[in-house]
Design a protein around this ligand. Structure first.
Ligand SMILES: *[C@@H]1O[C@H](CO)[C@@H](O)[C@H](O)[C@H]1NC(C)=O
Ligand SMILES: *[C@@H]1O[C@H](CO)[C@@H](O)[C@H](O)[C@H]1NC(C)=O
Length: 291
């Protein structure tokens, strides 16, 4: 999330990073980046025209009814990173997967300046366009910041019945400065680059990645007073006990300033918890839906 380093990585990684021999330290689940999960089929080929971009989305188990659970992935990745969780939660619930503007299969405009408010507006407008007026939002990292932006917007928050904010942050200072030194970091960046090339053969990952780097290097800038405006009764703040990307004290702080919110910590996992321990993560989501 450190902008300079992310930009540098984007410019210098021309291909796959050679993986170094596994050191004993990487035997811990929180130090591994499991393969990117697959979304359950079918994979929609439809994109919706929303706010001058084409947004990809997929509904699962709509007949289950009720407010859908919308999964909002992290920066540079796409909806498939939530694939294991979606596969589990969709068994009993109406679920919607979305690729945010620019990410995965969704497009962006060359002159876009990404903001979390823009992403929240896109998500809200996409849901409205498909007839969804109430939804539960589950956000991870940049998706968690998108969820917070939605909760802070008077119109959008009225449509969010509940929110699960995993590995979220309120400012650039919440980023862990040593994230770029971890083994996972270059592996994640180079993986996103090759996935992007597959999903958007005509895309320019340097340009797209530069926009994400600028976003993460400058936003959000929410104060504690800003966050105190959120109706915490419908919010679950979640974090990972080994998060290497967001400072470890952040979940507790968000929980404290978003009055009335719940705090649910995941154990034995890092920023990539939905891939490292999908059973634990899915259980927490089921509790959130039921709670
Ligand atoms: C891709 O984007 C980068 C950064 O914006 C730019 O320098 C480069 O020329 C672009 N490449 C192509 C093939 O358009
Ligand atoms: C940053 O992450 C490392 C693990 O990669 C951790 O040891 C350290 O405590 C974290 N720093 C903060 C401020 O949370």
């Amino acid at each position: 999330m450190a902008v300079g380093n992310l930009l540098l990585s984007l410019l210098t990684f021309s291909g796959l990073v050679q993986s170094s021999p596994l050191s004993p330290r990487q035997n811990n689940a929180w130090e591994k980046l499991p393969p990117t999960p697959k979304l359950p089929s079918p994979i929609s080929t439809t994109k919706l025209d929303i706010n001058n971009v084409k947004l990809w989305y997929q509904e699962y188990n709509k007949p289950a009814g009720g407010d859908p659970i919308v999964f909002i992935h992290g920066g540079l990745g796409y909806s498939a990173y939530f694939g294991d969780i979606i596969a589990s939660v969709m068994k009993n619930h109406y679920v919607i997967a979305v690729d945010r503007r620019g990410h995965g299969r969704s497009t962006y405009n060359a002159d876009d300046v990404f903001t979390f408010e823009m992403f929240a507006q896109d998500t809200y407008d996409l849901l409205k366009a498909i007839g969804v007026t109430k939804a539960m939002w589950v956000g991870w990292s940049d998706g968690a910041a998108t969820t917070l932006a939605g909760l802070l917007d008077p119109t959008i928050t009225a449509s969010i019945t509940k929110a699960f904010v995993f590995a979220g942050f309120q400012s650039v200072a919440d980023s862990n400065a040593t994230y770029v030194d971890t083994a996972i970091y270059p592996e994640f960046i180079s993986r996103c680059k090759s996935e992007y090339a597959e999903l958007q053969p005509a895309g320019n990952f340097s340009e797209f990645g530069g926009k994400v780097a600028t976003l993460e290097g400058t936003l959000p800038t929410w104060t504690d007073e800003d966050l105190a405006r959120i109706d915490g009764a419908k919010v679950t703040i979640s974090g990972a006990d080994h998060d290497e990307a967001v400072n470890l004290a952040v979940p507790e702080h968000l929980n404290k300033v978003i009055w009335g919110s719940k705090l649910v910590m995941m154990t034995g996992v890092s920023h990539f918890a939905p891939m490292q321990d999908p059973v634990q993560f899915s259980r927490r989501i089921e509790e959130f839906i039921a709670g």
